[in-house]
Design a protein. Structure first.
Length: 267
């Protein structure tokens, strides 16, 4: 019967009254209570630690956001120093902290037209031999002039962070433009490989004295990049990144000048 077993130490008794008497002085009772208290204390500590952890995570996130904002401002400053608009040097504007501090990636993103992947697809149909012969550089330059024109900003020039809106009007951070590059090549690998093969063949058939040597190398390099993407490999490409990044800095500049900086100066 359970009434004959000490609830603290589980010792058995033949008589219930002995058990009751024992329970009042059972040394396990105090030990148990002490343990329970310690348990409670440590769960409180654990909870506090978890809260601290959460706070640290938040701080980390805030620091990261600050880092990103600083890098963004550096990109703006780096692309503006020395340039002039309406007789005022941008250096004067930079010295005016109010103006520069107010600009965030979000502000700029509001003026950014979204990238449309169908537009990239249809633009690539018109890619010509001059672009193909320049390899990846040619494709990047061509896209920056039309389907991607004014749609990408460089938010961190030193870390090669690009950003753009898609149809959901959500700003996407894209380090090195890697996502954009891989999606573009993957979505359009058939048309690209077709153009690449034709141009390569034409140059091989028509060249004399290695006159297309450099171009053939560009085209073969491009060919292997597109084929890798087609096999579901993820590629990175510095030529693509650098050209899009440069275009992204120009777009950032233009948006600030046309929409943000001038408005604030007139206030
Ligand atoms: Zn006991």
């Amino acid at each position: 019967m359970s009434s004959k077993i000490c609830e603290h130490c589980q010792k058995q008794f033949s008589l219930k009254q002995n058990c009751v008497r024992h329970e009042k002085t059972c040394r396990f009772k105090s030990v148990k209570q002490e343990l329970e208290k310690k348990c409670q204390d440590s769960s409180v500590l654990l909870k506090q630690l978890e809260e601290k952890d959460e706070q640290l995570l938040q701080k980390d996130k805030q620091l990261q956001e600050k880092d990103e904002q600083i890098a963004f401002l550096k990109t703006i400053i780096g692309s503006n120093v020395g340039k002039q608009k309406q007789g005022k040097t941008i250096n004067n504007n930079i010295n005016n902290n109010i103006i520069i501090n107010n600009i965030t990636t979000k502000d700029v993103a509001e003026f950014l037209e979204p990238i449309k992947f169908e537009e990239i697809k249809s633009a690539l149909q018109d890619l010509n031999y001059k672009h193909i012969r320049k390899g990846m550089k040619g494709i990047a330059e061509y896209l920056c002039e039309n389907a991607l024109n004014g749609k990408i900003i460089t938010t961190d020039s030193s870390r090669d962070i690009l950003a753009y809106n898609t149809n959901q009007k959500k700003l996407i951070r894209d380090p090195k433009g890697s996502f954009l590059l891989n999606k573009t090549l993957r979505d359009n690998s058939d048309i690209l490989l077709d153009k690449i093969t034709k141009e390569n063949q034409w140059m091989q058939d028509n060249q004399s004295d290695d006159e297309f040597e450099g171009e053939i190398r560009n085209v073969e390099m491009l060919n292997s990049i597109v084929k890798n993407v087609q096999k579901n490999k993820t590629v990175e490409n510095n030529e693509f990144c650098n050209i899009v990044k440069k275009s992204g800095i120009n777009t950032l500049n233009k948006i600030i000048h046309d929409n943000i900086e001038t408005n604030q100066l007139e206030e």
